[in-house]
Design a protein around this ligand. Sequence first.
Ligand SMILES: [Ca+2]
Length: 456
Amino acid sequence: MRRWRLNALFGYVLALLICGTAITLSSLPADARDFYVAANGSDWHSGKTMASPWRSLSKVNSHYFQPGDVVHFRRGDVWEERLLLQNAGSPTLPITYADYGVGEKPTIGEVYHMPYLANADWNVIENLRISGFRKHGVEIHDIEHLTIRNCYIFGCKSRGIQADKNCNYLLVEDAEIYDTTDRGTWVTNSDHVTFRRVTASYCGIRSEIVNQNGINLGTGKDIVVEYCVVHDNTNGIDVGGSKDNDVTIRYNLAYRNADSGIVVGHPLGRAFVYGNVTYENNIGILVKSSANAYLYNNTVSKNTVYGLQLSTTGEVVVKNNIVYKNGEPNGFNILCLAPGQTLTSDYNLISDHSFRSLGAAINTHEYHESMTLAEWKASRCGKFDQHSLNLDPMFVDKSNNNFALRKDSPCINAGVDLGVPYNYALLPGSVWPDGVRTGNQGDFSPWEIGAYIYSP
Ligand SMILES: [Ca+2]
């Protein structure tokens, strides 16, 4: 009897435990919880209401978060600590680190994912200021599906975002990255990475380290950089070292970068660079190494040394671009110089003071020659730019860098149909990064030359 009662009691307790565990597990998604952190809080608090917030990031870092949980940091507060990403969300229920209250976005010192120790996939960081007071602003490894949204990443002693190795499906959108000693971002060995409506400025510009870039992506496949604005960096957007897949750089604005506005240097894949505006950089668009690059409907003007520098040994196709008044007085509009390069170029507007070719692009070896568009057209058996124009493109306001087209522009309806998806181009009045609008060239057919559709 006694034994039966003990067994029964044990079974009852076991059933309770199992039942309790089942309730906990099944209630996870519906039980997404909010936590609050404030500089005047206490780590003895529950953290579960605005009236009982935690105080420190070490308290946050010691907590085990579940999918769907949201950690709110109070606006106006500052934590000179490191936030560790060490819990995983799920595709439908990410773990989110965000804000609450009023005033300036909350500031934290650094966001860090400790590789190999914690699976922290499916996290979202939004509405924070990340100061990178020690080194990088965000440093991640081996973390997938991280979204960084509407954050300021600034004042970093090294890089704004450092993402090396398997940071696949990283999405950075509506973020501002500025005043970093090293690159604004360095993302490499990671696939399916998107930068959208990101502003990167003053990255590396005060650094003694050379070649610091605003948005810099290394090895990876399926890379997209779109609607971003990059200015006052060493290079603006630099995508290099892709593996076997495509890179898309579209609808970006790159200006006043000390070296190049846009750099493509990846050896194996293809880079599609279209609908971008670059001005007042040293070089508007640089294609280097053995990249295969397709430059469509870009507007490249007022760059100091070259408009386009095509020094790749790969394939380059240049169509529907405005390359106007670059490299004056001592540079050139277009520089082609790599032996073995395969160049296709037509339907562009290219002002005189035009080409400097060091031979290879034209399959000869006539070094250090320069020529006008007319001479370029007449040379090489008529292979290049037979439909291209040498005219004033009639920008709306060139001196104030409004490169939309006036109604008398010769670029209107002078381009060639390049098909989907290149049929979308900028609409006049676009403002970077969050006011960029595009329209379908097919609705204003034929196509324009340059980055802008003429929309009366
Ligand atoms: Ca048209």
